[in-house]
Design a protein around this ligand. Structure first.
Ligand code: NAD
Length: 321
């Protein structure tokens, strides 16, 4: 196979996986497999920039949107996140930030394994809720989001604000849902993330109410009125949003790594799935200075946990030796 053919094959394969994952909410491969292939493509594209295809998944966020929902044009682009898979890669990212910014400060947050959504409030009232979609155009899922009990329909202040966060299905509700599906002879959802995504795209809003989705909000998408991410999160709490309590201020790589180790230990005890830790530059003016790549902010990075399945496989190999 020539490099060109290899790039095409990988692009097609990843686009197929992305379609199954984002549009159908039914992935056929583990995330780790997707991430591995994605990196393979990224490397080939870096070495052969003239062969990059226009439909490359490295050039876009998410996937096409389903019919059945109105399209919603986001006034502020909803970016994805760059990711790293080891301490060494994280160190490289941190060193790059440190080169651009003197004495950077960070906020470490849990990476909630759910579905990205944005909420639009006018005069404190929820007017629209939309999925991320391809980052620029999402699906209008307002009626469904109104059925999520922890999403405030009215904020404690009559402000105009656009907030971004993650909708997720708590593990307990996921297990209950799959038990019910089994009784009804329906195929189970692969994981809570897919169940949450499938639920939010239900055309019957009553079903959404029954399944017990929940949210964590983490970012102001409209121009921020605060100076730091830490203040944004506190402000969100005061407005009535659910904000994840597990977050930590960090000044250097050692402190970031200590939070990642804590999150790794905490992971199994949480009531919801997480797939990593997100590290963000705390100061919002510095975030603006650092800016964005084509699909992700330069001021944040996702550290992804090694996949549980892969760990099991590695362990079982060790045991047989
Ligand atoms: P992502 O899920 O890796 O990271 C970005 C997302 O993290 C954001 O959009 C946001 O929704 C979320 N997030 C959670 N907590 C956050 C926090 N505290 N702060 C900020 N953001 C937070 O990126 P993506 O573009 O949504 O998806 C790509 C990933 O999806 C791949 O790396 C892969 O793991 C998975 N995927 C899997 C398949 C498959 O077939 N299995 C296919 C496509 C994508």
């Amino acid at each position: 196979m020539t490099i060109e053919q290899k790039i095409k094959a990988l692009t097609d394969l990843l686009n197929q996986y992305a379609y199954e994952y984002y549009t159908k909410d039914a992935p056929s491969v583990e995330d780790e497999e997707y991430d591995r292939r994605y990196r393979e493509l990224e490397k080939l594209e870096l070495e052969n920039p003239n062969l990059v295809r226009a439909d490359s998944p490295t050039k876009r966020t998410g996937d096409v949107i389903l019919s059945g929902f109105e399209k919603f044009q986001h006034p502020y682009n909803l970016y994805s996140l760059g990711d790293v898979f080891s301490k060494e890669e994280l160190e490289v990212w941190e060193a790059r930030v440190r080169k651009e910014v003197s004495n950077p400060e960070y906020i470490c947050e849990l990476k909630i394994d759910g579905l990205s959504l944005s909420l639009y409030y006018e005069q404190g009232n929820l007017v629209t809720a939309a999925t991320r979609g391809d980052g620029s155009v999402g699906e209008n899922i307002t009626e469904n989001v109104k059925r999520i009990k922890d999403v405030p329909l009215k904020l404690r202040e009559p402000i105009d604000i656009v907030v971004r966060g993650e909708a997720y299905l708590p593990r307990k509700n996921f297990a209950k849902l799959n038990d019910e599906r089994e009784l009804e002879g329906l195929p189970p959802f692969a994981n809570p993330r897919n169940a949450a995504a499938g639920t939010l795209r239900q055309l019957d809003t009553k079903v959404v109410g029954k399944r017990g989705l929940a949210t964590f909000l983490y970012q102001e998408a409209s121009p921020a009125t605060n100076d730091s991410q830490e203040e944004v999160l506190e402000y969100f709490e005061s407005l009535g949003f659910q904000v994840n309590p597990e977050r930590k201020f960090a000044k250097n790589m050692d402190e970031i790594w200590a939070f990642i180790e804590r999150a790794t230990t905490l992971r199994d005890q949480l009531a919801y799935d997480i797939d990593g830790v997100v590290i963000k530059v705390n100061d919002l003016a510095t975030q603006e200075e650092l800016g964005f790549t084509i699909k992700a902010p330069r001021w944040a990075i996702a550290y992804k946990f090694p996949a549980e399945l892969a760990q099991t496989e590695i362990l079982s190999v060790d045991w047989t030796v």
